[in-house]
Design a protein around this ligand. Sequence first.
Ligand code: UDP
Length: 237
Amino acid sequence: MIKETYLGVDVCCVNESSILDEIDNIIERRLPSFIVAINPEKIMKAQKDINLLKLLNSATIQIPDGIGVIIASRLKGGKIRKRVTGIDLMQSICKRSAKNGYKIFLLGAKPGVAEQAGKILEDKYKGLKIVGIRDGYFKEDETIIKDIKKASPDILFVAMGSPKQEYWIKNNMDKLSVPLCMGIGGSLDVICGNIKRAPKWMCSLGLEWLYRLIKEPWRFKRMLVLPVFLIKILKGR
Ligand code: UDP
């Protein structure tokens, strides 16, 4: 898999269909693997946290999730031209899982959210097997790990926010015997309709950040990260 590196963080030059083919391969060979979504916020956090940087780079597939990564690739003469968002990829994985019989475990979000999201997904992707569900507010890892092992899923989606979910996956994946783990942030809330996504036209123009800024103005500070990231990329030319 070809990777480009921005401020020390790897990002795969991939499209959704090649990731889905790779997932078939991962599940067939049952190699413990994990997918992480990369955006400027995570890259900037990793500048101050070497362990996070190592963790992001240790993932099997780093998807180009944020528009800032696409702009950075253009500025640096890279080849990444299209976003692969975590939520879209997650749902495409569910579609592929319904077709190929892969079993899914949902871990994360507030009590009740993953159940509701699971029902919506099973309704949308007929034949989808969701073999386990747990909310993301637990104290002990051990019981969760036991539950996951017992359910024996092929894919574990972890929705506990970043970088918490990535650390959780990295610290526990060797104990889980699950071929594929993926951090999905707030995707279960979006699927349930608790959080609204930007309209399609805004997403395709790369303006999802503007929509979130209008809807959640208190995220303003978090969003300042995008121009800071791009300035750093330009300075590094
Ligand atoms: N969450 C969780 N356990 C925690 C903290 C957060 O399950 O200890 C869930 C929270 O309920 C929400 C998601 O993690 O569903 C975080 O979503 P957010 O949009 O903040 O994710 P990010 O922007 O970091 O991808």
